[in-house]
Design a protein around this ligand. Structure first.
Ligand code: BEZ
Ligand code: FE
Length: 295
């Protein structure tokens, strides 16, 4: 049969009919249908298609062990957030993007430790409780925390100015599921723009900024882990995150405190900034053996 624009989709879909892995076949069929619909809609010239291939090639070339330009592309197109949200738990603390800066292991720290190893900023205490969906506190829950500094840089972006592990910590909740650590208030910052994704943002008049936030991955036995952020309420760009990752429920007050008793408890001087961020995890669904077999 002749290959025509009209018969192309059926021909390519049919070419996958022998695929043993049914999920792979389903994905390739859908990809073919959507991709064909896309090109027949935009009707690219040969030069435009070449430019598109050139752009994707440049995205690939920009990737290395410490830079993932494809993830950045997925982020600025809103795809990361769609996938994250579709896979997130239906109740409990909402999830948001992982981002590219969770690339080194966070050092183990004790409750109350400071993750600000430079010690130049105004002290900020982040505290909260990790709870199960029914409100039961979760002792021994693990919190992996990472954030940028007051100038908007992560440790890995400034190896000459920040010690490794600055702004990072791995904490375990106490007997009542509580956690607290000291830090500085993070700044808003631009996502990396020195690659093809940055050029795309510029060509489309989009800014590259993310509102200030602290990253968390929180896990506890028998519960689904959550990857999330505490966003600093009132931060610039809170309404226009370059990667569409803000969810209203995650916006957190970082308030100025003159409470001497609290300051003494947390080991800081007044005034200090205090943010309270509770995390609610969803219990893992344990399938009965017969239900598992029929899956
Ligand atoms: C981040 O929050 O670290 C981040 C997320 C997406 C793209 C770039 C940075
Ligand atoms: Fe970040």
């Amino acid at each position: 049969m002749d290959f025509t624009v009209e018969t192309a989709t059926d021909a390519v879909v049919d070419s996958f009919r022998e695929t043993e892995d049914q999920r792979l076949r389903e994905i390739l069929e859908s990809l073919t249908r959507h991709l064909h619909a896309f090109v027949t809609d935009i009707k690219p010239t040969l030069e435009e298609w070449e430019a598109a291939i050139g752009f994707l090639t440049a995205v690939g070339r920009k990737c290395d062990d410490s830079r993932q330009e494809f993830v950045l592309l997925s982020d600025i197109l809103g795809v990361s957030m769609i996938v994250e949200t579709m896979n997130g738990a239906e109740e409990g603390t909402e999830s948001t993007v992982l981002g590219p800066f969770h690339m080194t292991a966070s050092p183990r720290r004790e409750l109350g430790d400071s993750i600000d190893l430079v010690g130049t900023g105004r002290p900020c205490v982040v505290s909260g409780q990790v709870l199960s969906a029914d409100g039961t506190p979760l002792p021994g829950a693990e919190l992996d925390v990472w954030q940028c500094d007051e100038q908007g840089f992560y440790d890995v972006q400034q190896p000459d100015a920040q010690p490794p592990g600055n702004g990072r910590g791995l904490f375990r909740t106490d007997d009542e599921g509580r956690f607290w650590f000291r830090s500085v208030v993070p700044s808003h910052y631009p996502i990396p723009t020195d690659g093809p994704v940055g050029r795309l943002l510029e060509a489309t008049g989009r800014h590259p900024y993310r509102p200030a936030h602290v990253h968390f991955i929180v896990s506890a036995a028998g519960h689904r882990p959550v990857t999330t952020h505490a966003f600093v309420a009132g931060s610039p760009y809170i309404g226009s995150d370059a990667v569409f990752a803000v969810k209203r429920s995650l916006i957190t007050d970082f308030t100025e405190s003159y409470d001497e008793q609290a300051a003494a408890h947390f080991g800081v001087a007044t005034p200090f900034t205090h943010a309270r961020f509770d995390v609610v995890l969803t219990p893992e669904v344990v399938l009965a053996p017969e239900a598992e077999a029929s899956q």
